[in-house]
Write a protein that binds this ligand. Structure first.
Ligand SMILES: NC(=O)c1ccc[n+]([C@@H]2O[C@H](COP(=O)([O-])OP(=O)(O)OC[C@H]3O[C@@H](n4cnc5c(N)ncnc54)[C@H](OP(=O)(O)O)[C@@H]3O)[C@@H](O)[C@H]2O)c1
Length: 225
């Protein structure tokens, strides 16, 4: 069994990751800003309260871990979708990734899986799907762009995988999906939180896509690049 740190553990994907990692028998460190939003309690779960932009917090949750998974996203803690101000600049993914690259190797962390969005970095392909996404939540996607740039240019002995997500929805684990280094998405592209969490944990513990940006999505009807 492994020791896994999960950043963004109160988010939808983060909660799924915590539940699944515990169910698989792993020991989990969960970084949260709002402990009251994480209902699960378990003797193999340590909850650390802090902001992922704080280097000391990152050092703490990276220390002694076999792998770390980050599902960091929305910038405004506890707000509803409607209350979130999308004109506000977002930096949590870029800053936390820089800290991970800086302190991770020093504290013995050598494996990270980071969540991004399809449409960031080299997946910004000008397709209607990506144009609409970047119009709607551009500040959040630009944070992922910066995170991806840091990893693409990093010289590090941390082995990383970036998962570029499509629309994520509630559904069962086991819905067939594909993993693509290049693909054009459309508005049918999606993956369940459960499948995403299972893939992220398996990738964290047995990397099949080291130092690679991948898009995960349920099979599309004929537009794979
Ligand atoms: N949901 C989708 O359809 C979709 C589509 C494409 C890509 N993505 C990406 O996929 C990943 C998972 O998405 P999701 O919908 O599960 O995310 P989410 O529900 O929005 O959760 C985001 C998490 O990040 C945490 N967070 C934000 N800023 C933080 C900070 N400064 N310090 C510590 N924690 C911070 C939030 O904490 P609080 O609870 O305190 O706010 C929350 O736990 C994200 O990277 C997201 O951008 C999602």
């Amino acid at each position: 069994m492994a020791r896994i740190s999960i950043l963004g553990a109160t988010g939808k994907t983060g909660q799924e990751l915590v539940h699944r990692a515990l169910d698989e028998g792993h020991t989990v460190t969960a970084l949260v800003r709002r402990p009251e939003a994480l209902a699960v309690r378990d003797e193999r779960l340590e909850v650390v309260v802090g902001d992922a932009r704080d280097v000391d917090v990152i050092a703490r949750v990276a220390t002694g871990q076999d792998a770390l998974i980050a599902a960091l996203g929305r910038p405004e803690s506890g707000r509803t979708k409607e209350e979130i101000d999308d004109s506000q600049s977002v930096d949590v993914c870029a800053i936390s990734t820089q800290h991970l690259l800086d302190v991770g190797p020093r504290v013995g962390l050598h494996r990270i899986v980071l969540m991004s969005t399809h449409g960031a970095g080299s997946s910004n392909d000008g397709s209607p799907y990506v144009r609409e996404l970047r119009d709607k939540v551009g500040n959040r996607v630009r944070d992922k762009d910066r995170m991806e740039e840091l990893l693409a240019s990093a010289t590090t002995d941390i082995v990383w995988t970036v998962i570029r997500n499509p629309y994520i929805y509630d559904g069962p684990v086991g819905t067939p999906y594909g993993i693509f280094e290049k693909i054009e998405l459309d508005d049918t592209s999606r993956v369940t939180y459960a499948d995403l969490a299972a893939f992220a944990i398996s990738e964290a513990l047995e990397p099949k896509h080291p130092d690679t940006f991948v898009t995960i999505t349920e099979p599309l009807t004929g537009n794979a690049a």
